[in-house]
Design a protein around this ligand. Structure first.
Ligand code: SF4
Length: 328
């Protein structure tokens, strides 16, 4: 059994009251049954307040927003439950956020979500893609081993500074096709990044950021700020190293998930399209990336729409993505 986490994982400390966004904003919080029952049994003013704001429906208990925030949020940016009862009294969602856990047969991977500003800061500063691990993946799971081995190669491609971050993402797309072939039962082929780049250049055409932004406007939207950003003219800023770090985050989070349905290319297109859209929206990269994650990654319907769109929307076809990566 292996436990693995990114090098920055243990550096995360919640910003608490000084958080510029706060995870208590714009979301209804799903409260696990055990915590909800504990909250409902509390005496005094805190219990009264929780009995007032905890809503139960067929899906369980929810703390519904009041004026765009969790009803337990205080003016000083702190949580009323945490303030009065300590961190251990938080429900499962609040005590875990922004920590991620992905479990595979014989492997548990931990991570941080881009939708938290402090996690986003650590993610965008990550240049090495280092992972710390203990234990080993047990023998026998060849699919997971193939994905794991190929993801390490993907990280090596993303770290190769002889190429711009846009070129590295183009190489990554072609590399993913090679791994996909292997996942589908084909042979393992050597990958030459330089040749892949030359091939990518011959394919690149028809990139359309406006069509891509229109696709995102049709997804579920949480905040007015996001709706407004999606209406603005696309920005063509330089492919800085932060975009390689951003792509590394998406690759870390989604690559191994192809173990569930053998769709690696769709996930790599998701990673690339996410980088393209975040870049096109302009503003402070950290804030835009964080908002993107909150709007897209935290809504499973939006993630599924993107994975489907990778194969059905012309703005996500290979030629169009390569064009945007190499020529914009
Ligand atoms: S968004 Fe992140 S830093 Fe801000 S309050 Fe939540 S966990 Fe803490």
């Amino acid at each position: 059994m292996m436990l693995r986490k990114p090098g920055y994982y243990d550096q995360f400390v919640c910003l608490g009251g000084s958080c510029p966004d706060s995870c208590c904003q714009m979301w209804d919080i799903q409260v696990d049954d055990e915590s909800a029952k504990r909250y409902l049994a509390l005496p005094g003013a805190l219990g009264d307040r929780l009995r007032q704001v905890l809503v139960k429906d067929e899906e369980g208990y929810t703390l519904c927003q009041e004026a765009g925030r969790c009803p337990m949020w205080r003016q000083d940016g702190l949580c009323q439950i945490q303030k009065e009862l300590g961190e251990e009294a938080l429900c499962h969602v609040c005590s875990q956020f922004p920590r991620l856990k992905h479990e595979y047969e014989g492997l548990t991977e931990l991570g941080l979500e881009l939708s938290c500003p402090e996690a986003a800061r650590l993610i965008l500063a990550n240049r090495e893609f280092s992972l710390t691990e203990t234990g080993a993946i047990p023998d026998g799971d060849e699919l997971l081993k193939l994905l794991d081995r190929s993801r390490k190669e993907a990280f090596r491609l993303l770290s190769d500074r002889r190429y711009s971050a846009g070129e590295r993402l183009a190489q990554l797309l072609l590399f993913a096709y090679g791994v996909q072939e292997e996942l589908d039962g084909g042979d393992n082929r050597d990958f030459d990044p330089q040749k892949a780049l030359e091939t990518a250049k011959t394919f690149a055409k028809g990139g359309d950021l406006n069509a891509m932004l229109a696709f995102f406007r049709d997804l579920e939207i949480l905040t007015p700020q996001w709706a407004q950003q999606l209406e603005a003219e696309p920005v063509y800023s330089p492919w800085t190293e932060e975009y390689a770090a951003l792509a590394g985050y998406f690759i870390l989070r989604y690559w191994l998930q192809a173990a569930s349905d053998y769709d690696l290319v769709g996930r790599v297109k998701l990673a690339i399209s996410s980088c393209l859209v975040i870049r096109a929206l302009g503003g402070e990269l950290l804030q835009t990336a964080q908002l993107y994650s909150k709007e897209i990654e935290n809504d499973i319907d939006n993630v599924d729409a993107l994975l489907d769109g990778a194969y059905t929307e012309s703005c996500f076809c290979d030629a169009a993505l390569l064009d945007l990566l190499l020529n914009s």
